[in-house]
Design a protein. Structure first.
Lengths: 227, 120
């Protein structure tokens, strides 16, 4: 006779494999004293221009590098290479997000001890990347003024997985009648207390304040490492 | 659309567990948080696909949706949020960002049937 079906409790995180890899990456980043920042946004929000400017400015005083996720092209990596910083492309094929193992694979030939900042640009997507920890210290979510003020309300999950919000392309704010007050209110509604920077990678407006916050982050990492 | 890779991870996880215990899986019970970043409907249809040609073929995915609960600093208690668009305490309206529930993406139980024991 066939035994009766029964329920057994197991409690296992579905993404435990990714989380384990992310944890080991985080340990490596800590040991090397590198501050790791990842970027998520919808396609066309200006991630690459923002990162290009960030790399160019930070390069004067720090050792910086970037990993760039993209579905099919190497265009972003080529653009970022103009900053003279080491850049590596992760082509994800049809995959809509980066996973920790891809970051691990891409870092194989790099000596993390030679870096102060590592940037990871995720695939342009405001949905899928939210579930995957990449081992980063700081996750930035970018929205451009041309996307409108209600992006946070439409994608609350990604705002909840990120640490800091960046409003980009503010040089176009007046043209598209972007309301900073509304955008800020919406961000705070889905993530109370979230720090927000507004800037333009094109004109450089607001970049200094945001870069200062990254330097503070790096100093904290070094301080923690020294203890 | 990352639900297919999530569904495949669920199947893999259940398969491992079933093999270890020498049981057959009839259903997988999953807790799915409103902030997990995974859509229930898409996951259910992907689950069927992910089960094909595996020992879990024909099994069911039972999804328990989990709403968002925050810690309200004013009430000093765990409270539901007004909505995922408005992270504030449903009782007193204080805004709060400390999420205590709602990010779950967790296999909590398997409905199983023992395989016939091997004769000793």
């Amino acid at each position: 006779m066939r035994p009766e079906p029964r329920l057994i409790e197991i409690r296992k995180n579905v993404l435990k494999q990714n989380d384990l890899v992310a944890r080991s990456l985080r340990e490596r980043f800590r040991a090397a004293g590198v501050f790791v920042v990842s970027l998520v946004s919808s396609p066309g929000s200006g991630k690459t221009a923002f990162l290009e400017r960030t790399l160019s400015v930070l390069r004067a005083n720090y050792r910086v590098a970037a990993l760039v996720g993209d579905l099919a092209t190497e265009n972003d990596a080529l653009r970022l290479a103009r900053s003279q910083a080491p850049v590596k492309q992760i082509t994800t094929g049809t995959l809509c997000h980066l996973e920790a193992a891809m970051v691990q694979g891409a870092l194989e030939e790099w000596d993390l001890n030679q870096l102060d900042f590592l940037f990871i640009e995720n695939v342009g997507n405001l949905v899928c990347p939210s579930s995957y920890d990449l081992g980063e210290d700081l996750r930035l979510v970018l929205i451009s003024v041309t996307e409108g003020e209600d992006k946070p309300l439409k994608y609350p999950t990604i705002f909840n997985s990120a640490d800091v919000a960046i409003v980009t392309k503010v040089d176009l704010a007046a043209t598209v009648e972007f309301s900073w007050e509304t955008a800020y209110k919406n961000i705070q509604a889905v993530r109370p207390g979230m720090p927000v920077f507004q800037l333009s990678a094109k004109t450089g407006e607001g970049m200094e304040k945001y870069l200062g916050s990254l330097e503070t982050g790096l100093a904290k990492v070094h301080q923690a490492g020294a203890v | 659309m990352h639900e297919l890779s999530i569904a495949m991870s669920i199947v893999e996880l259940a398969e491992e567990e079933a093999e270890r215990r020498c049981v057959q899986v009839n259903a997988v019970h999953l807790k799915l948080g409103a902030l997990s970043g995974v859509a229930k409907e898409a996951l259910l249809s992907c689950y069927e696909m992910a089960c094909e040609n595996t020992p879990l073929q024909g099994s069911r995915l039972v999804v328990e949706e989990v709403s968002v609960v925050i810690y309200c600093p004013s009430c000093r208690a765990q409270r539901p949020v007004r909505s995922v668009q408005l992270f504030c305490c449903s009782e007193c309206g204080t805004s709060a960002s400390e999420v205590v529930q709602g990010k779950e993406l967790e296999v909590v139980a398997l409905e199983i049937q023992e395989c016939a024991p091997n004769p000793v």
